[in-house]
Design a protein around this ligand. Structure first.
Ligand SMILES: [Ca+2]
Ligand SMILES: [Ca+2]
Ligand SMILES: [Ca+2]
Ligand SMILES: [Ca+2]
Ligand SMILES: [Zn+2]
Length: 557
């Protein structure tokens, strides 16, 4: 312990224990504006912690627009935790120093969960793993339906902490060595002599069923198990038996539902360089145009802050999923919800310009040009640490083979020397969204004495930021009560929203006119007229689940 110092360093990846230690260290360093909250525990009883940032001197957290960010829901996508920790560290160390940061910390409540899947991170970093293993929740599944659970995962045969690739010399194989780069294999063309057969990922046939590594850890995909648009496993692979089967996920969902002020959500993953918004499947109705306009403002700025990243729609531009977190956050939490797909392999560049945007995040195929470039990057900038040289190994089933290839810390995440810039740029995208959360003021338009003790009071509820006081989806679907504008201190005879100020049109509310319901659009206003009978002054109070509380005293004269 004691490995984490504050301010934090971002030139390394933190272990499971260090991530949680970092949350406690940040909390100890900034006790007046942070809380460390144990959100819940994972399948293997590891702890999921949140760091909450709120300045109690500027108000209760629940009365400020909430900004939620998490990472590492996919256990192998580890740099996501560093991005969220960076965001926390950056906000805290610059609070009181950079006016814009001070303002957002004073005005917003931040809910930061760097590591949603601690089991995955633990096994990825501290066990033998490939770049793609340990993504799942640790809920055993019988992937090959042989009655046994997780009986044949990959095996770290040479004990180097990596699940690499296995190849065997074979004149009839489909691959041969690249003519100038022997580490790289290329497919043989017609008529060419083969040299290698790829045997697959490192391991043995543990259950002797003739298939290699066919039932690895899990697989319940933590990003297919959320209770919105969930579909069973035969529709959506990795769905689990029922929504929120994952105990840690359920704890995170409960944590979010208890914080009704959350209006911005960023979930960090890897990789491909994308900011994704929902819907996640075509069967979902498209988002309401007014919400899309808000997403576009946030997404189009975010993609400019991180060169090469693109702002995309999940189902349309990438692939369709069911039961994912983004949909949950948009549909149920009523937040503006993004996935940040961190890192592009094309950033592993030696001499060439960064290629604009990867074709797609799953197309890490045999792009010979790019692989050659990456090997040069490995040699010259990572000094050989990202690629395991092909090394002879005596396999119990295959005999003399070779083990080698890209290591687990390659491909999906940057070398630690590039970590801080990635973290900063993506954290800046979250800070930008925080700065766009609703900022509400009540303004008096005018008071007009009608006669005697009767006054007509016109007021304006104004939002100076891009994000509305509740999403249009939330308002349309009645996810939770609308904002309330209430008049007290006098008898309210009539009241309603002014629909046309120039022609004096008011949509009067018949019952209880002293209480009006509203949603304030981004950069928009909502105006009201009250006819009140009284003297002295009245109080106007505004209450919103996402945009906080405001009040205004108006003199009747
Ligand atoms: Ca099995
Ligand atoms: Ca190995
Ligand atoms: Ca097997
Ligand atoms: Ca195996
Ligand atoms: Zn992911």
């Amino acid at each position: 312990m004691g490995q984490v110092s504050v301010p934090m360093r971002f030139d390394k990846y933190h272990t499971y224990a260090e991530v949680n230690e970092a949350i406690k260290a940040l909390n100890r360093a900034y006790p007046s504006i942070t809380k460390a909250v144990l959100v819940g525990k994972s399948e293997e009883n590891r702890e999921i912690w949140a760091l909450e940032i709120n300045n109690p001197q500027t108000g209760n957290a629940l009365e400020k627009p909430g900004v939620y960010a998490d990472g590492n829901i996919h256990g192998n996508e580890i740099q996501a935790a560093e991005v969220v920790l960076y965001l926390a560290d950056y906000l805290l160390k610059n609070y009181g120093k950079i006016p814009e940061i001070t303002k957002t910390v004073d005005r917003n409540a931040f809910y930061l969960i760097p590591m949603v899947n601690p089991d995955g991170r633990f096994h990825f970093m501290e066990g033998g793993s490939s770049m793609n293993n340990n993504r799942s929740l640790r809920i055993p599944r019988d992937d090959d339906k042989d009655g046994l659970f997780d009986e044949d995962g990959p095996d770290d045969l040479d004990g180097d902490g990596n699940i690499s690739q296995m190849r065997i010399r074979d004149p009839h194989g489909r691959f041969r060595s690249h003519p100038t780069e022997p580490r790289l294999m290329v497919p043989v063309k017609e008529g060419e002599q083969g040299e290698w057969t790829l045997l697959g990922t490192e391991g043995i046939d543990n259950d002797r069923d003739g298939r290699l590594n066919e039932d690895a850890e899990g697989y319940v995909d933590p990003n297919r198990n959320w209770g919105s648009n969930w579909q069973p496993n035969y529709v959506q692979n990795g769905a689990g038996n029922f929504p929120f089967e994952g105990v840690g996920l359920k704890a995170v969902a409960e944590y979010m539902m208890e914080r009704k002020n959350i209006i911005v959500v960023y979930a960090f993953h890897n990789y491909g360089g994308m900011f994704l918004r929902g819907p996640s499947s075509k069967s979902h109705p498209p988002y309401l145009p007014m919400d899309v306009a808000v997403y576009d403002i946030l997404g189009e700025h975010a993609e400019k802050m991180v060169p090469g990243y693109r702002y995309l729609i999940a189902w349309k531009d990438l692939y369709a999923t069911s039961g994912d977190f983004t949909d949950f956050a948009h549909n149920i939490v009523g937040a503006y919800s993004f996935v940040g797909e961190l890192y592009m392999t094309s950033q592993e560049t030696y001499s060439k310009e960064i290629q604009q945007a990867e074709a797609s995040s799953w197309s890490m195929g045999m792009n010979v040009e790019r692989e050659l470039e990456r090997l040069k990057f490995n040699d010259k900038l990572a000094h050989g640490t990202l690629f395991k040289e092909w090394t002879p190994f005596n396999h119990p089933d295959y005999g003399e083979i070779e083990i080698g290839g890209w290591i687990k810390y390659s491909t999906r995440m940057p070398h630690p020397f590039m970590l801080q810039e990635m973290a900063h740029r993506n954290a800046a995208a979250v800070i930008y969204a925080a700065a766009q959360t609703p900022d509400i003021e009540i303004e008096l338009i005018r008071v007009r004495r009608v006669e005697g003790r009767l006054y007509e009071v016109d007021v304006r509820v104004k939002n100076s930021n891009a994000i509305p006081s509740m999403s249009f989806h939330a308002a349309r679907q009645k996810l939770y009560p609308k904002d309330i504008l209430k008049v007290s201190g006098a008898k309210v005879i009539s009241g309603g929203e002014i629909t046309d100020r120039f022609n004096n049109k008011v949509n009067y509310k018949i019952h209880r006119p002293e209480v009006q319901f509203l949603q304030v659009p981004g950069y928009g206003v909502s105006e009201f007229r009250f006819l009140v009978e009284g003297s002295g002054s009245i109080d106007l109070t505004y209450e919103s689940l996402k945009a906080g509380k405001r009040s205004l005293k108006v003199s009747l004269r």
